[in-house]
Design a protein around this ligand. Structure first.
Ligand code: F6P
Length: 526
């Protein structure tokens, strides 16, 4: 399956990305306009043949059939025996989706209405602050989106507590008034130790201030029984099915904090944007399909060219948490070493995803991207406009910087050019040579750019759904199950067994020397 594309990649030789622009139509031929956005992947080494070979890989892997199975409620999460239906949560017109022969849509519509009722109640009842307590998918999505959509906030202030480090909840509660603060305990399983510990601390905080916790807690969970055991009555529990994975759960009850912040209409617009991307993903042929192309460019860089990491660089300050959100989405989904049939992968698993908003990153880590010895494919994104209409000069500078970076990465600067610049400043001889070497940029570094009109709820919905489907396509191409996360379990088990050791209730004997030494150091101070 990989032979053709690997052979073609092997033939790239000295060809530079810039050479590909000798084709005057390259930009148009290697970009895509869809659902109101422009995805430009022309600043990569993809040519017609490589693209065709990549599309063939997607076809041979059965991306289209698998996609239809996912949308149709087939249990494609085979290691957990579950369907994968986050897309049903934004299926706003309610067309039937069957799981085990039963239409799930009446339940989805009902749950959305319950969310809206609860959100409106919170928004209209004098609550000043809402604290979402959750971690991983029960935190990253709503937090990322709440920051992204801050211009639409017209409800109570929302805060997010995730870390079991007491610093997190302390710093948030310090900003809140116990008399007017409500808590959302967001946990699919309602067993996650960080979330349960923080929820108990929130309860204790209310008690400490003489405030009853009655009516102050809402639970978002698939485990209503555990929520009831914890003391949240059924009418304050908004449930969801096991076919919504944690890192894909933003569209349903886990999005309640976002809905409280931006209101039900804006939240529906967010869902509508995602649904538009779903439709595009289901209908567009592979070579004109944005999630498919985004995935295949990534596959080319990671699995074919062996570039181990990928930087996500939003030139949109409100997307500051997008890289963290995508880290979970992509690395928890496609960071697997075996294929669905349990055999070791013959190619790399998904890449390390990281990033920060531009322009800040430019003044921090871009040095390595431009001149380091490793190639880091970059994914830029930027809005054509910002919400700050009176600050158009800022937006123009932001866009200019974004475009300048992808151009600089591609063009680079040769030794001859560097010499020329320094010669004009009066340098010569050995000094000129030595100084010029430091000013060389190898260039030929690949990047893609996504441009959208403005970061509205609809557009954010489209972007997130784009990345979800990209992860799906990559997972199908790799032959893995993108919807389980067994790799997080071992650490959880060991943390449970180390708790009593750290508390001094149990001896550290039997642990390795390093762990024992670390425990002993901590005990000196605890
Ligand atoms: O430990 C990983 C994980 O299971 C993630 O997949 C999930 O998003 C997170 O923990 C939180 O889980 P829960 O919503 O059940 O508390």
């Amino acid at each position: 399956m990989w032979d053709d594309v690997k052979q073609l990649a092997g033939r790239i030789g000295n060809r530079r990305i810039l050479d590909l622009f000798e084709n005057a139509n390259r930009a148009g031929e290697f970009s895509l306009h869809a659902v109101g956005m422009l995805f430009d992947y022309s600043k990569t080494q993809l040519d017609d043949q490589i693209r065709a070979a990549l599309i063939k890989i997607a076809q041979d892997a059965g991306v289209e059939a698998r996609r239809d199975e996912m949308f149709g409620g087939v249990k494609i999460n085979e290691t957990e025996g579950r369907a994968v239906l986050h897309t049903a949560l934004r299926n706003l017109d309610g067309a039937p989706v069957l799981v085990d022969g039963k239409d799930v849509m009446p339940g989805v519509v009902e749950t959305l209405k319950r969310m809206e009722a609860v959100a409106n109640e919170i928004r209209n009842s004098g609550v000043s602050d809402v604290v979402n307590i959750g971690i991983g998918g029960s935190d990253l999505g709503p937090k990322m989106a709440a920051i992204a959509l801050s211009p639409y906030h017209d409800g109570p202030r929302v805060h997010f507590v995730s870390n079991v480090d007491g610093a997190d909840i302390s710093d948030v509660l310090r900003q809140c008034d116990p008399a007017t603060t409500a808590f959302i305990v967001a946990s699919k399983t309602f067993t996650t130790i960080e979330t349960m510990t923080n929820a108990q601390t929130a309860k204790d905080w209310l008690a400490h201030h003489g405030v009853s916790d009655e009516g102050r807690f809402v639970a978002l969970s698939s485990n209503a029984e555990k929520a009831a055991d914890w003391g949240i009555p059924g009418d304050k529990v908004i449930g969801f099915e096991d076919w919504v994975g944690g890192r894909y759960s933003l569209w349903g009850p886990i999005g309640l904090s976002l809905m409280v912040a931006i209101g039900v209409d804006a939240f529906r617009a967010f869902l509508r944007g995602a649904q538009e991307m779903d439709r595009h993903f289901c209908a567009a042929p592979l070579h004109q399909n944005m999630p498919v192309l985004l995935a295949l460019v990534g596959v080319f860089h990671n699995q074919v060219r062996d570039y181990a990491t990928r930087a996500v660089l939003p030139y949109d300050n409100r997307l500051s948490r997008l890289p963290a959100y995508l880290q979970q989405l992509e690395m928890e989904s496609n960071g697997k070493g075996v294929s669905i049939d349990g055999k070791p992968l013959s190619v790399n698993s998904g890449p390390v995803v990281w990033g920060e908003p531009g322009t800040n990153g430019q003044h921090a880590f871009y040095q390595l991207i431009h001149q380091g010895t490793r190639t880091v494919p970059c994914e830029f994104m930027v809005g054509a406009t910002g919400h700050e209409e009176d600050l158009r000069n800022h937006q123009d500078l932001l866009i200019a910087n974004c475009l300048a970076q992808s151009e600089a990465l591609m063009r680079g600067r040769s030794m001859a050019e560097a010499r020329e610049i320094l010669r004009a400043k009066g340098l010569e001889g050995d000094d000129l040579e030595r100084q010029a070497a430091h000013r060389v940029f190898p260039g030929d570094r690949p990047s893609t750019t996504l441009v959208y009109p403005l970061l509205t709820p609809e557009v954010l919905g489209r972007i997130i759904a784009l990345y979800e489907h990209r992860v799906f396509v990559e997972g199908v191409v790799l032959g893995i199950n993108s919807y389980d996360q067994w790799g997080v379990e071992l650490g959880k088990e060991l943390a449970t067994s180390l708790g009593p050791v750290v508390r001094g209730e149990v001896s550290s004997e039997g642990k390795d020397g390093s762990t024992r030494q670390l425990v002993e150091y901590v005990k000196l101070y605890s």
